[in-house]
Ligand binder design. Sequence first.
Ligand SMILES: [Zn+2]
Length: 138
Amino acid sequence: MKYYLIKCTNKLDNGFGGTAQGPLIKILSKYKDDTGLIEHEKTHVRQWYAVLGLGLLLCTLLTLLVAPSLWPLYGLAPFSHQLLYKFVRPYRCWCEVQAYRKQIAVGGYTGTTFAVTALVEKYDLGLSTNKAGALLIG
Ligand SMILES: [Zn+2]
């Protein structure tokens, strides 16, 4: 089952080659055949589904066990991944490390320097080059 949609575009913000918002992936046209980048973004889509599922479960537990009037919280579930990604640095770091590990594993690249550089410079993670490299190795 295909769980994502890919849209090619000629412009993305902030110098990224691809982005994922919910199940929608946007890829710069020049990277449309970059298997590694597509797998990177698919990793973010799977993260979104996982957090959506956990959010819906949490909302169900809250409305059943705490108060039925909490049902409007269901409206936040689709945005949980984006909110955590934006405001919780350790979560953002975990998301990107997982995505870059997958990208490196399937991308057929000659090195990992691009991923280390991205983790250090692009995501406000506060990582050193050594720490970013160590996280990618796992
Ligand atoms: Zn990413």
